[in-house]
Design a protein around this ligand. Sequence first.
Ligand SMILES: Cc1ncc(COP(=O)(O)O)c(C=O)c1O
Length: 384
Amino acid sequence: MNPAEVRALFPILKKRAYMFSGGIAPASTRTIEAMKKHMDWVTNDADDLYLHTEDEMQECRRLFAKLLGADTDEVAMVESTSAGSNLVVDLLTPAPKGSNVVFDEWAYPSSVYPWKLKGRENVQLRFVQPRDGLVHFEDFEAAVDDKTIAISVSHVTPGQGFRHDIGALAKLAHAHNAVLIVDGAQSAGAADINLHKLGVDFYSTTAMKWLMGAGGVGFFYCAEKHMDKYPTRAGYASNGGYDLHKFKFLPSAERFNLGLSNIAGAAFTRPGLEILLETGMKTVEKHVLDLSGYCIAGMRERGMDVITPTEPEYRLGVIAAIMPDAKEFWKFLYDRGVDTYFHGNLFRVDPHVFNNRGDVDRFLEGVDAYQEKGTAAAKAKRKR
Ligand SMILES: Cc1ncc(COP(=O)(O)O)c(C=O)c1O
């Protein structure tokens, strides 16, 4: 499929310029069909659905693994990115006294908080500070030492749209016998990623953003070599059986599941993974970078304070700008049929493979109209 064919699958785009993929994915016609099928199944043949609960989940694991260059056995379906970020800390603790973990100041909170829980106080948390709008690899090099047990980053940071070089960070971590932990909530489904080739140790993400799947569904990747580390929670699903007197974690990442998985969420999630695989992640990433580059240029031309780097190697689909009136601007665009995001003084616009330059132009026309409105209001105020 090409991006125009992907676009045709999303009803919302007939009316709106939906550019909030860093938040939540709109439903495609394939997703709507999958959910209808699921509802029909649970309505008319629930017993049969129960017998097949595993199938949809297994298929999602398989598709996700294929999309990100992993083995199915290394992938677990979990409930969120944050759940995966907690799981990895369970696997790495208790850690020897004097250990440290290196983050940067733009890390997502769910990657940091689990290290602050009881019993983990002896791990020092180090934060690399960004400089000149970038997090510099050399600053990670300076922060890491032989007491480092992990480097932990958000592949693409949601507040800036900055993209780390996770291949280089994995090499750095391994050179110190440490591991690389990646929060991929803003990269899975937008970037062409091969987790094996990049050498990533742990990767967590949600299905509901760039993967075009459901909220409440996430994926957790644990590299095969780390299957000797054990989770701290167990349910029948981690054992693969009900014998009270025999417990052994399953050999694959399925051990991270406790009970019945989110079967409605899996039905919702599968079509998005299939669409991305049919399109090919090289095509997806190229399209996303083209649109984000085009959009950033248009925003800068209009004087917007874009904080996302211009260079394609440092960005992906998240475009961030600072505006004191971000909320008002978001509402103005929303009323014109352009979907974006704001939080405090952060404004964001996140184009995906289903968007086109027409959507970006519609957004930029919105910027022009908003600025004209501001100029007219200022003139009227001066006259008064
Ligand atoms: C980088 C990053 N990590 C994690 C999350 C939260 O994801 P989840 O709700 O799946 O835990 C977000 C949400 O925006 C995010 O941008």
